[in-house]
Structure formats: C-alpha cells, structure tokens
Design a protein around this ligand. Sequence first.
Ligand code: F6P
Length: 341
Amino acid sequence: MRVGVLTGGGDCPGLNAVIRAIVRKGVPNYDYKFVGFRDGWRGVLEDLTMPLDIPAVRGLLPRGGTILGTSRTNPFAIEDGVQRIKQTLVNLGIDALIAIGGDDTLGVAAKLFEEGVHVVGVPKTIDNDLAGTDYTFGFDTAVSIATEAIDRLHTTAESHHRALIVEVMGRHAGWIALHSGVAGGANVILIPEVPFDVDQVCKWVDSRFRLHYAPIIVVAEGAQAKGGELVVNTDDRDQFGHVRLGGIGERLANEIEKHTGKEARTTVLGHAQRGGTPTARDRWLATRFGLHAVDAVHDEAWGSMVALRGTDIHHVPLAEAVGELRTVDPELYAEAEVFFG
Ligand code: F6P
C-alpha cells in the first residue's frame, strides 16, 4: 500500500516525531511505502513530494518544525482544488493519506473523506483547542516556553517596579495563557473565552504594586476587553478566513499606564512558542499518535482521527473533531482567579 503523509497549518513541536513513528511502524509492520507531501495541502494540489523511508526519518524525534514543510493552503478555496487533489492521488498510486494538522487541515480532511478519499487525521496544535482529544502535542512545549518566559519576567519586573504583560498565542482558546499563567504565578490571566474589564485589571495591577511586588499579566492574543474587539495585526486573511492577531498586549500596557500611572511593558512571545525541540511529553504523545495513525490506516478507519482520552488512544470521527473548538470552561478559569491581584 502507498500512503501519503502531510503536515498543514501552523507548525508545532512534535510533527517530526509523528512522521518518524508513522514510518518506523508502517514500513516493517505493514510493508507500506510512504510518500511525503510538501507544504500541507499545497503539496497534494501541486504534486510536490519527497521520499519518506526509514533513513529519511532518522534523528527526527527531537527536531522541531516539520521536514515536510507546511502551509495554510485550502483546496476548497481554490477552483478545481478537490479534483486536483484526487488526480494527484491517482497519478501517484496513493491508497491512503495521513493528514497531520489542526482544525483547518483536518476540516479539509473531513470534507475529502466525504468525497471518497481514504484519509486518517492526527490532531496537532499548540493552542490545544481541537475537540475530540484531551490534548494535542505541541501544547506542552508551548506552555513550557511561556512558563519559562514568565519566570524570567518576574525578576526584571520587580527590579524595575514595572507591570509586565506577556502576550501568548491562543486565537480562540486560552489554554496556553491559563496553563502557563498558573504555572508561572501570573497575577492576571486573560483569555478569549472570558472578556475582561480594563478597570478590574488595573485594580489588580494596583493591588499587586501595593504589596510591593511587580505584576505579571498573561494575555492570550485572542482576548478582548468587554465591549471591545479582537486586536489584529493586519486585516489580511488566510485561505481559511483567519485574520492575523497581535497587539492586545501593547494595548493593555497603554491602558495600564494611563489608569495606574505605573510603567507597563509588553513581551510578545509569538513564534518562539512554536519553534524548537518538543518536550518529552510532546514526543511521547506525538509518537503514540503516529503509531496509532498507521494502525488506523491498516484498519481502514477512513474519516477518523487518533485522539487521546485519558491515557488511551482512540479513533474518533474527523467530523466530530472539527465540528467545534475545545475552549476553556469559564469555571476552570475561575479557579485561577484566587491568584489575581
Ligand atoms: O497554530 C495556531 C496559532 O498558533 C494561533 O494561536 C496563532 O494565531 C497562529 O497560529 C499564528 O500563526 P501564523 O503566524 O503561522 O499564521
């Protein structure tokens, strides 16, 4: 059997570990031949491939990024896109496709499955906002990087008696902000799911200064003030209709300075959260997802996605995973409020 593999959407620590596990199990156990598609769905549209055999995946486990490359190409936003995808698969004699991606990439996979393509999905996103799985790989690495940044910012904030704002990724879901904020002892955590009150944030900042500590505020890029709107970097949209977020941290710093008279500065962690080597936990999860994705191909579980439930890996319908985002429950967020201010 010939099996295509692609990685789509934003890159994520652990992608290479998935690819490695797929090949390391698929070749000896099932005698599969693998074809790597470059740059996500673009590779299938444009017939851009690379060999994917055991020598090609040596040394990949700790390496960040994806050797296949990635893109935010959406075949459903391109004329004849679906037809071209099907044609490439026929031309190359591909019997099955393993798509590793987030909501957008797997949304395409779900629709292609309805069009008769033999596809299996692997969930990936540092944002951890995919439904159907308890965790996605990449999230733990992003949280570790953000936590280390918060730890470091505490000492410089205190030395300068400043409020420091840390803007982390999280378009629709505040998982990175919540986990790193709690782990790093932030004094305020702001997430997209719960619009914030600027006056309240300033009160927390003030009270922190009164205790002779400098406040650290962690804000997800998708967080919004009550009655406010998303802060975008540019109005340009990608092929899935997403605007580029960024700037809420700076805006908040201005408000804090205006209302409290204290100096406030912003650190935007940006793509540093997605780069570099995955944590041990992400390597473990990514490896298990890869192993089970090959088994799903062997079982002809087309239209399914591997998912972590507790400590077990299950197959869930792709449609279920991409239907709705997994966001932070406001009650879980409320637990952290005891540390605010
Ligand atoms: O992968 C999701 C994500 O991390 C979002 O949190 C963020 O908005 C987006 O990627 C930014 O990615 P890029 O800069 O690659 O478009």
